[in-house]
Design a protein around this ligand. Structure first.
Ligand SMILES: [Zn+2]
Length: 149
């Protein structure tokens, strides 16, 4: 079932109207939303505007997105919400941070912050098709989510 936010992103405003402020944000990011599987977008429950950094709140399912839209920003924050389902972050952490030590190639420096940021960076890099530095993570993600192919 499509969430209200997904209908925002897909521009189906006449079928299921979403909040006007959320519709503005969704419009800014609608081209980028097309690169993300619909079932992943559906993990996001609401949108709000931030000044310049993205945010994700896993307890509310809301993500904050800045005015300056990018695929990276959207994919990173949606990735945080995706990780909150099916024990995914725990499995990713067990696989790529055994004993608290990061292993098997990182997408970028920000991914060194902690397992949650590692996950969001790896996820966004798969969405962006930029996985040269993280082939093991890429293969793991594609096994977990065939829809990312
Ligand atoms: Zn993050």
């Amino acid at each position: 079932m499509l969430s209200l936010i997904v209908t925002c992103w897909l521009g189906l405003y006449t079928l299921t109207p979403c909040d006007a402020a959320e519709a503005d944000i969704a419009r800014d990011y609608s081209d980028y939303a097309l690169s993300i599987p619909v079932n992943h977008l559906a993990t996001v429950r609401c949108l709000y505007r931030t000044a310049f950094r993205g945010e994700a709140n896993l307890s509310t399912g809301c993500i904050g997105l800045p005015m300056r839209a990018s695929l990276y920003m959207l994919a990173h924050e949606v990735g945080h919400e995706v990780s909150a389902h099916n024990g995914l972050l725990a499995r990713f952490t067990a696989r790529f941070w055994p004993g608290g030590v990061q292993v098997d190639g990182v997408p970028d420096d920000y991914a060194r912050t902690n397992p949650a940021e590692d996950w969001a960076e790896a996820y966004s890099h798969v969405i962006m098709g930029d996985t040269h530095a993280m082939k093991v993570r890429r293969d793991w993600l594609l096994r977990e989510f065939p829809e990312l192919h």
